[in-house]
Design a protein around this ligand. Structure first.
Ligand SMILES: N[C@@H](CCC(=O)N[C@@H](CS)C(=O)NCC(=O)O)C(=O)O
Length: 310
């Protein structure tokens, strides 16, 4: 069985999305804890610059972004599916909305000054300062919602989820669990962890019951690994072959050219390498790292920019 090495930290919402999918699919995985803020030398050894959380490592293949990680898990373990026929493409569209709009509503709401200390409990004042500085640099110029706006929007979204679930359906889009459940869940999970702000969920009993259902899926089974061991494992592995794959050229950039790939929203640090894979929903580049050796770093097409280098 493929070893799924998951790089994450406990309080990361996007990591919780994938941990819940591990539970849904009943998967075994290997857990590598990574730092919450930069520097992250062991993450960068694997990715070449991408610093967001989480990552999935399979040998010398590194998968960035939870949307792509969900697709990879679906490829490896198709049953039960994240993309049931009854909601087909709409589940992905709701998931993309939740991973962007809902997430960036829940984050400023949950990290509001009245709750900030609680949501990052256990941090010293110096660590809090370092966290704030890290996240300001991470977000760059991306606009951030103010507390009144995020409170108002979150309430409206909760009312909409409540209305959607009011007919007694178990999952957001119907009878079958879908990727939409996991993408909406992780932001609400983040809110619910912080008592000073979690009360916003209270009036929504269908939403709370649905959250219990997602939580009851569990997180699969995991064992721990140190990040140094994960890097050694990458160095000892060969990336999966991309030879002979159809190559979708939308940029006038051929297979084998030197490129950079960077997120377009925030955390936009570019990764440089040789373009080896271009599928409708995925691009990947090969790079050689002094510690991790030859690795292939994979990104979803949506939300990333590919550019020729030099
Ligand atoms: N589109 C990305 C978003 C990931 C993301 O924003 N992760 C947050 C943590 S939940 C992050 O990277 N924070 C900064 C960090 O961990 O260094 C995905 O779906 O994986």
């Amino acid at each position: 069985m493929t070893q799924l090495i998951f790089h994450h930290y406990p309080s990361s919402p996007f990591a919780e999305k994938i941990r819940a999918i591990f539970g849904f699919k009943g998967l075994r995985w290997t857990s590598v804890h990574i730092p919450m803020i930069m520097p992250k030398p062991d993450v960068i050894a694997l990715t070449g610059g991408y610093r967001k959380t989480p990552l999935l490592q399979i040998g010398a293949d590194i998968y960035c972004d939870s949307a792509l990680i969900a697709d990879v898990l679906e490829r490896l373990a198709p049953t039960p599916t994240l993309y049931p026929a009854e909601s087909a493409g709409m589940a992905r569209i709701v998931a993309q909305w939740a991973d962007s709009t809902l997430f960036w509503t829940a984050i400023p709401y949950t990290l509001q000054p009245a709750a900030f200390q609680h949501s990052l409990s256990g941090m010293t004042p110096e660590q809090l300062k370092a966290f704030m500085a890290d996240r300001a640099a991470f977000r760059g110029n991306a606009p951030i919602m103010q507390v009144p706006e995020s409170t108002g929007a979150l309430r409206l979204y909760l009312e909409q989820f409540e209305a959607q679930l009011a007919d007694g359906r178990p999952w957001l889009l119907g009878k079958a669990t879908s990727i939409a459940d996991f993408s909406v869940y992780h932001s609400l999970w983040f809110v619910r962890r912080v008592p000073p702000v979690a009360g916003i969920l209270e009036p929504y009993r269908h939403v709370l019951a649905w959250m219990e259902r997602v939580q009851a899926l569990g997180n699969g089974t995991s064992e721990k690994m140190e990040s140094g061991e994960a890097i050694a494992l990458a160095a000892a592995s060969k990336p999966s072959s991309t030879e002979g794959e159809a190559f979708l050229d939308l940029h006038g950039i051929a297979r084998g050219e030197r490129v950079t790939v960077a997120a377009t929203d925030y955390g936009v640090d570019p990764v440089e390498g040789e373009l080896v894979l271009s599928r409708p929903n995925e691009i990947a580049i090969r790079r050689v790292d002094p510690r991790a050796g030859e690795v292939v770093v994979h990104f979803p097409r949506i939300g990333f920019r590919l550019q020729r280098q030099g």
